[in-house]
Ligand binder design. Structure first.
Ligand SMILES: [Mn+2]
Length: 270
């Protein structure tokens, strides 16, 4: 019985299956958590999503920005770009099942038995873990309601970068989406920057810090698992921040982490 986490698959389904084989993943005994961005830009998003729908009991996910973007495309809010490689997925007769599945996926998962918190991009330094869980839950409540298209229409809003000045429930929900699925760097007041995406070693902007250097400490020793930030290549220099996007889509590799043994496994891009 093991607990695994895998970073951004982004439609790299063949590598995903090879990595499951490498960790000897057993759907009857083990649990796998995906850090979001399961689909988008890679070659096999249709196969990936079909697999996730089939194995919902053993594979849990949080939503990433690409997953939400796909929902926006399905709702007619955004147009798919050629580089999204969503053509097969959008033409599938199972599309309503995929939309339904994605709308039900959370933006944050807490595993209290391991003191682990999983989200696609991270946890806002302006939040306690309790506030983070509440805000993620508020977003999920909208995503599973009939108002969800309205939220998807409004979510492309870089103005919602500061939780402390977000004055309405919808602005707080959009901030939550921005923090949980898009954040990398924050300003010193904890508000979000949306443009810088290089590794911290290469950043020369002193007004910005990685979110994981700013996140509020809590009484419980918490391990933060996240994806989204491929240029980190897994390196946070902090042992309780597990960065799992190692750029498989960009020709690097897909990474799995086993919580019980603090062990990493990788599968190179084919
Ligand atoms: Mn992402």
């Amino acid at each position: 019985m093991a607990t695994y986490f895998i970073g951004d698959v982004q439609g790299c389904y063949d590598e995903f299956l090879l990595l499951l084989k490498k960790i000897k993943f057993d759907h009857r005994r083990d649990t796998l958590y995906l850090a979001g961005d399961m689909i988008g830009r890679g070659p096999k998003s249709l196969e990936m999503l079909s697999y996730l729908v089939q194995y919902q009991d053993s594979i849990k996910t949080v939503l990433g920005n690409h997953d939400l973007h796909f929902l926006a495309i399905c709702s007619g809010i955004k147009q798919a770009k050629e580089s999204d490689l969503f053509t097969a997925l959008l033409a599938s007769s199972d599309l309503p099942i995929f939309i339904d599945y994605l709308r039900k996926q959370p933006l944050l998962i807490s595993l209290s038995q391991h003191n682990i918190v999983l989200s696609h991009a991270g946890i806002s330094p302006q939040w306690t873990l309790g506030v983070a869980a509440k805000m993620a839950n508020d977003v999920s409540n909208i995503l599973t309601s009939s108002d969800y298209v309205q939220l998807l229409t409004q979510m492309y809003d870089n103005e919602c970068s500061n939780f402390l000045t977000a004055s309405t429930p919808i602005h707080r929900a959009i901030f939550a989406i921005n923090a949980l699925t898009r954040m990398r760097y924050c300003y010193h007041d904890g508000s979000l920057n949306f443009t810088q995406n290089c590794a911290p070693e290469l950043s020369n902007d002193s007004s910005l810090r990685p979110w994981f250097d700013m996140v509020l400490s809590c009484n419980q020793p918490t391990t933060y698992v996240f994806g989204h930030w491929a240029s980190l290549m897994g390196e946070t220099h902090r042992k309780n921040f597990i960065a799992l996007d190692t750029g498989c889509l960009w020709g690097n590799h897909l990474t799995a982490w086993c919580a019980e043994y603090n062990q990493y496994f990788v599968q190179k891009r084919l």
